[in-house]
Design a protein around this ligand. Structure first.
Ligand code: SAM
Length: 278
């Protein structure tokens, strides 16, 4: 496990992922009934953009800093509020990871379950959420944890799958994990983040997603470069299984604006049903 998210925190891919996360949670918040969020590749929850790791790559400069260079779009007010919550002063030194973004959107009746394998990150998470009764932290493999934790008693909620993609078969593992999880909790919302370098592995992943036992599968992608240089992270996508109602329309509205702010050379936006609503 070499991957350390601190080098990438706040990059364009984090902006896309966390913006979409806030849109999904915004939909779940529309009903009073409690929901549970399972963030099974949690990272550390909060990143110091003035720290050594972020300073080495400066990826956040092309990500969250570009996003914030213009007045934020009203549709992403929850995302901006989550950014502000870890930066109560006037600057933007800290970046909230997915656990902090999700925690910001919990109501008193909701729960957040964090799963992380790296011992240093688990320690950081325990510090970050010490004394928070709405947050549970497990040091376990993501997919093993889902076997034990699903379905939640709330019967409503989201599973976020955000692996590091440092091993070649990560797409296969994610698809297998999803298949198992859907057997236990067919009605949960699932969001899987994936990198886009070149098309063939992504196209193969999409084919597998079409065969899963999910009623609806939506994909949202944002490329900051054309997807013709396989060695580069050209873009990223989220596959959303059982997406909340009208999430597709919300994404069609907001992704072009994010693309305008984050693009480097070309690229594009795509929002598409892999499995259409009946
Ligand atoms: N979700 C985080 C966010 O948006 O702020 C970033 C997560 S980062 C892309 C991936 C994380 O997964 C790393 O912190 C890594 O240590 C962790 N990880 C890697 N393999 C794992 C596994 N098998 N089970 C659980 N966590 C794992």
């Amino acid at each position: 496990m070499n991957y350390r998210h601190a080098y990438h925190a706040g990059n364009f891919a984090d902006v896309v992922k966390h913006a979409v996360l806030t849109l999904i949670l915004g939909h779940l918040r529309r009903k009073d009934a409690p929901f549970a969020v399972f963030d099974v590749h949690a990272g550390v929850g909060r990143y110091d953009l003035e720290g050594e790791a972020a300073g080495k790559t400066l990826e956040y400069v092309e990500g969250v800093r570009r996003f914030l260079a213009e007045p934020p779009p009203p549709e992403l007010s929850d995302y901006v509020a989550a950014l502000r919550a870890v930066n109560p002063g006037s600057d933007w030194r800290f970046y909230p990871g997915s656990p902090r973004v999700a925690r910001h959107l919990l109501r008193p009746q909701d729960r957040l379950v964090l799963v992380e394998l790296h011992p240093d990150d688990v320690r950081a998470l325990r510090r970050e959420f010490a004394g928070d009764a709405q947050v549970a932290i497990h040091q376990r493999d993501a997919y093993e944890a889902l076997k034990g934790l699903l379905p939640p008693p709330e019967r409503r909620g989201l599973v976020l799958i955000d692996p590091p993609f440092e091993v070649k078969d990560e797409f296969t593992r994610a698809a297998h994990g999803l298949r198992q999880a859907l057997k236990r909790w067919p009605t949960g919302v699932y969001a899987v983040w994936y990198p886009i370098k070149d098309r063939p592995p992504v196209a193969a992943f999409h084919e597998v997603l079409k065969g899963l036992e999910a009623k609806e599968v939506l994909v949202a992608e944002l490329l900051v470069f054309a997807d013709d240089v396989p060695a580069r992270l050209n873009g990223c996508g989220l596959a959303i299984l059982n997406p909340p109602w009208q999430l597709d329309e919300a994404l069609r509205q907001i992704l072009p604006e994010l693309h305008r702010r984050l693009r480097r050379r070309g690229g594009a936006v795509r929002v598409e049903w892999l499995v259409q609503p009946a």
